[in-house]
Design a protein around this ligand. Sequence first.
Ligand code: G3P
Length: 278
Amino acid sequence: MRPHDIKTKIFLDSGDPDETRQVLDLLGFLDGQTTNPSLIAKKLTGKTKKFTRDELLAGYKHIVQEVASLLPQGSVSIEVYADHQTSADEMARQAREMFAWIPNGHIKFPTTSAGLAAAEMFIKEGGRVNMTLVFSQEQAAAVYAATLGAKKGDVFISPFIGRLDDRGEDGMSLIKNIIEMYKTGDSHVEVLVASVRSLDHFTQSLGLGADIITSPLKILKEWADSKFSKESAGGGNKLQTIPYQEISLEKNWHNYIITHELTTVGVQKFADDWNKLL
Ligand code: G3P
């Protein structure tokens, strides 16, 4: 049973169904799970020397189906393969295939022009999406605009806070800014805090009222050890606050600044981790 006073949904960030089982034992509930190419590659590394593309995809499908069977009421995020050459049509094609793997999937697309175009198409077809590798408020506005018309629950946005912290920017302030900006909209996009690196990230996200947090097993263990604390230790980090920007949600999504250096690097890293297994 989830603690009755926790409104935020708690997801596990992992490509390993054994960890799903551990969290269910530990917490007694789990609202969903997010995967990505790096996490799946980590799980499949060492199973066999190299995979064909079909074998690798079959390995991903197998993992996702096992997780979905453990979380029948939850959501399981599955990420398309994308490098900087992958077209929107190709991402949408993969999305249709992956979405059919399980009844409770959300498809992750990178928050790039091609990824947003694919998500726009996929939402119109009745799909569910999780827009990943988000590092700016402008990207969050673009996600909102590209998915207008979707119903609540069908669109997640994943800002990666740890990777902003890594370069001295306060990722948590981006979460705060996106939540603030979305108050001016129709609430169809749910904010899913990703790249969580500490219990403090976790508790601060609870405090901000994020819709969803996805967290590695290690942090969920720390949260359980803290007796499901909602208090942030707070204070004292030397990170640069990201200032709030007044951004209208009313524009066409093509008119926002979509590029971000960390998104570019992140797309490449996911593709590289995947390709290493081929
Ligand atoms: O959910 C996305 C997350 O897995 C990224 O985390 O630690 O690779 O920045 P990290």
